[in-house]
Design a protein around this ligand. Structure first.
Ligand code: F6R
Ligand code: MG
Ligand code: MG
Length: 380
């Protein structure tokens, strides 16, 4: 068998109830469309996942990344699902389908995409991570730990096939530019960028020894694409595991220590990322806290053997509890930062309106001091 492509394309086409999960009939309709395409031989295999109010199509095929056929298939499946979603008056029906007509590539149109092409190994274990109520930069920390932190990934030290390290491709969501940085040699440069999660996200990771693709994340920024807030860019991430890549347990390990991500309530709050089973991927507390599922597959001649629900393990119970404690600490802050995001990061904000309404009531406190505008710049 030659190269196969693994494409994960996801969208929020309506929530049940509010923004908390996907209605079974909507999911069923989406499944029908992709299963039919499988029957017609357009794709080798497909597995449909949901996390919170998002649906992900995990597909294998031989058409390469960015294939218009595959993107159109995903688009059509989401359009068909949207019809059911609209019929049931699901909340925000079709919210991620930003355009009425398909134009060859779903990037820039709303759905999130992570795709990779590779020659299937003797055994090909992969994990599809899928999160709700957060953004693609949520993957920066775990990708760093999986592929660059020997305290997480023992293989970086003791497996000769990983010991050369990995190359990170870092994407600037504002400029659309990307840069490749080597770990461990350029670790501190890498961290300058990927620690700045409001601007940079890891787009892909390659094994340095042979350039083999190791991980790919979706890096859409819906809020910027649409020029306004139309739904968050709840992300997906594909990680290849074992035999020269992180072991499954090394790829899952970062999630055992929850950390804070952006995207909780109204896309405007910070919250802990809670690793959950498929059944628990229903964020209802203050529309959260943000959730992540891990769907494991063994790929066999392009068939997706799985999904295996990898966070459905009591060993992650403690992380879930810890995330709840972290959630309590933040909820105590209510509408105050740092639970609420700083103004420029918020998906919703009334600040400009309130400033405009009250601008004449701001009085200069000290004539001799340089004057600053209400936005913080020095005024002329
Ligand atoms: C959506 C989300 C939710 C919504 C909130 C308000 O993914 O995270 O927290 O932002 O439920 O939704 P609207 O503005 O649609 O009433
Ligand atoms: Mg939604
Ligand atoms: Mg969502």
């Amino acid at each position: 068998m030659g190269k196969i492509t693994l494409s994960v394309i996801k969208a929020d086409i309506g929530g049940y109830v509010g923004h908390s999960s996907v209605h079974p009939e909507v999911l069923q309709r989406v499944k029908e469309v992709v299963e039919e395409a499988k029957g017609d031989g357009k794709i080798i295999d497909v597995s449909v996942l949901s996390c919170g109010d998002d649906i992900a199509l995990v597909m294998t095929h031989t058409k390469g990344v960015d294939s218009p056929d595959i993107h159109e298939l995903a688009w059509n499946a989401f359009v068909a699902g949207t019809e059911v979603s609209k019929k049931l008056k699901m909340y925000g029906a079709g919210q991620d389908l930003l355009s009425d007509a398909f134009s060859g590539n779903v990037k820039g149109m709303g759905p999130g995409v992570a795709e990779m092409e590779f020659v299937e190994r003797k055994s090909e274990p992969v994990i599809v991570f899928f999160a709700d109520k957060t953004s693609p930069s949520a993957w920066n920390l775990p990708l760093y730990e999986m592929f660059a932190d020997p305290m997480n990934t023992a293989g970086l030290v003791i497996d000769p096939s990983m010991h050369d390290g990995f190359i990170f491709e870092v994407f600037d969501v504002y400029s659309g530019m990307s840069i490749q940085l080597k770990a461990p040699e350029e670790l501190y440069d890498l961290l300058v960028f990927i620690g700045a999660t409001s601007r940079y996200c890891v787009r892909a990771v390659y094994r340095k020894r042979d350039g083999e693709i190791a991980a790919v994340a979706s890096t859409q920024k819906l809020s910027l694409m649409a020029g306004r807030y139309v739904g968050k860019d709840d992300p997906v991430l594909i990680v290849r595991c074992q035999s020269g890549f992180p072991a499954v347990g090394e790829a899952l390990e970062p999630f055992a220590r929850p950390w804070f991500v952006e995207g909780w309530m109204r896309g405007s709050h910070v919250g802990p990322l809670m690793p959950v089973s498929f059944a628990q991927a229903k964020p209802t507390r203050f529309d959260g806290p943000p959730r992540v599922i891990a769907a494991g597959y063994q790929i066999c001649e392009g068939q997706l053997i799985g999904p295996n629900d990898l966070f459905d393990d009591p060993a992650f119970d403690y992380a879930r509890q810890e995330a709840s404690v972290m959630a309590n600490l933040l909820r105590r802050q209510g509408i105050f930062e740092p639970h609420r995001l700083p103004p420029e990061e918020m998906e919703y904000t009334t600040l400009p309106k309130v400033l405009e309404k009250l601008k004449d009531r701001f009085k200069l406190v000290d004539e001799k001091k340089p004057k600053f505008s209400t936005e913080g710049e020095v005024a002329e």
